[in-house]
Design a protein around this ligand. Structure first.
Ligand SMILES: *[C@@H]1O[C@H](CO)[C@@H](O)[C@H](O)[C@H]1NC(C)=O
Ligand SMILES: *[C@@H]1O[C@H](CO)[C@@H](O)[C@H](O)[C@H]1NC(C)=O
Ligand SMILES: *[C@@H]1O[C@H](CO)[C@@H](O)[C@H](O)[C@H]1NC(C)=O
Ligand SMILES: *[C@@H]1O[C@H](CO)[C@@H](O)[C@H](O)[C@H]1NC(C)=O
Ligand SMILES: *[C@@H]1O[C@H](CO)[C@@H](O)[C@H](O)[C@H]1NC(C)=O
Length: 346
């Protein structure tokens, strides 16, 4: 008897959860249509107090940085045109769920949203976000150890808010992301996760699986450690339909399109890795902290370059090159990167 009662309670709980989820999706549908129907850049731009950064961005006449404002307008237009051309703002999934927003880092104090893309200076941006949200706890971003910057508990992400709070923030905060040439980002991820020996967690999680699936005559050692994955094998793994069926790719090689949903969320600023410091400091000035907070200069000598990327791609077949291009094509188009010259489209 007791047991049945427990079962009933459990069923009731499940029903409540389903109802809540459905309601949540419904509200997100509404929020989606709101975003699409209103131009988020024009909305009541005179409200007092808030959205200083947005106001400055969309009133470039008041700023000496109007050249940068024009550049970012051109990037937004380009992005939006591609979204429309490919019906991307309506195709596939029309509705975002809070789970889709876990890469959006929120800074309530400065009304700022940063969508982080791994391998695009994201550690330094997380450090900056920690300084911005730390209320004086940190002053120098470089004093924050990188492993601390990646602790999820140190920054608040959008999926932790209620639907109403999400809608409000998406509508009123300054939203930005940083992108990078897609293949350079991919090679950077490959080098970082598969060719370095110091951290074996990716070798175990992905390396062993890749060796098992794509290497004939793999040694027992390779099968056990997965620490010598060739780029060719990694490429095979990426374009394998079985990989697609397993769900989202790991964030280090997932497309920006899938991580940040730039056709659904209208980012105010698209920063580029190629002009990292310039774009980053422009954003910090817009936010009003440019006087005392600067983006850390990048001097990493191991940085993945275009020439290095070309070398890795020269090692895989033309067919694989084209398959990889297809996989990342949308990122190339959305962010105006031209097809690399080393790709053999024959
Ligand atoms: C896109 O790229 C082309 C060629 O590199 C360049 O001429 C153009 O200004 C870029 N457009 C935007 C909006 O960045
Ligand atoms: C985009 O949508 C329009 C109207 O809904 C349709 O006519 C067109 O074929 C679509 N284009 C693509 C590339 O799917
Ligand atoms: C290895 O990487 C994982 C995931 O990125 C991280 O949680 C772990 O702390 C790292 N270990 C070392 C020794 O760096
Ligand atoms: C695998 O090993 C067998 C036996 O040692 C050998 O005959 C065969 O050529 C190897 N295949 C590959 C792809 O290396
Ligand atoms: C290209 O492939 C060869 C043979 O497998 C390998 O020795 C070399 O390290 C590879 N180069 C790159 C850049 O992947």
């Amino acid at each position: 008897m007791k047991r049945t009662l427990y079962e009933v309670m459990r069923l009731k709980r499940i029903c409540q959860m389903i109802a809540a989820t459905c309601l949540g999706s419904f509200i997100l549908v509404i929020f989606y249509f709101q975003i699409i129907q209103r131009n988020p850049f024009m909305i009541d731009s005179c409200r007092k107090g808030s959205r200083k950064a947005l106001q400055e961005l969309y009133n470039p006449a008041q700023m000496e940085l109007s050249g940068s404002a024009d550049l970012h307008q051109a990037r937004r237009d380009q992005l939006w045109n591609v979204c429309q051309m490919y019906n991307a703002s309506s195709h596939r999934r029309q509705v975002l769920t809070p789970g889709d927003l876990k890469h959006l880092v929120v800074d309530e104090d400065h009304e700022l949203i940063y969508c982080y893309v791994p391998k695009v200076a994201c550690t330094n941006w997380k450090r900056i976000m920690m300084v911005l949200t730390g209320r004086g706890k940190y002053s120098n971003p470089m004093e924050i150890p990188s492993n601390e910057a990646h602790l999820s508990s140190n920054l608040k992400t959008m999926n932790q808010y209620s639907i109403a709070e999400i809608n409000h923030r998406l509508k009123n905060y300054l939203k930005f992301l940083f992108v990078r040439e897609p293949f350079e980002r991919l090679i950077s991820a490959y080098r970082n996760k598969f060719t370095l020996k110091y951290n074996s967690s990716f070798h175990k999680r992905f390396g062993t699986r890749i060796v098992r699936r794509y290497r004939k005559n793999a040694t027992d050692d390779a099968l056990l450690n997965g620490d010598d994955v060739k780029f060719k094998e990694f490429a095979e793994y990426l374009v394998d339909p079985a990989t697609q069926r397993e769900g989202q790719l790991n964030e280090h090689w997932e497309t920006v399109h899938q991580l940040c949903h730039p056709c659904h969320i209208h980012y105010d600023l698209v920063g580029k890795y190629e002009t990292l410091e310039e774009d980053a400091n422009y954003i910090l000035r817009l936010v009003g902290v440019g006087d005392y907070l600067h983006f850390p200069s990048y001097t990493k000598s191991t940085r993945t370059t275009d020439a290095m990327t070309a070398k890795f791609f020269s090692n895989i077949s033309s067919k694989q090159q084209i398959q990889l291009y297809q996989l990342y094509k949308f990122d190339f188009l959305l962010f105006n990167y031209s097809t690399p010259s080393y790709i053999q489209m024959d």
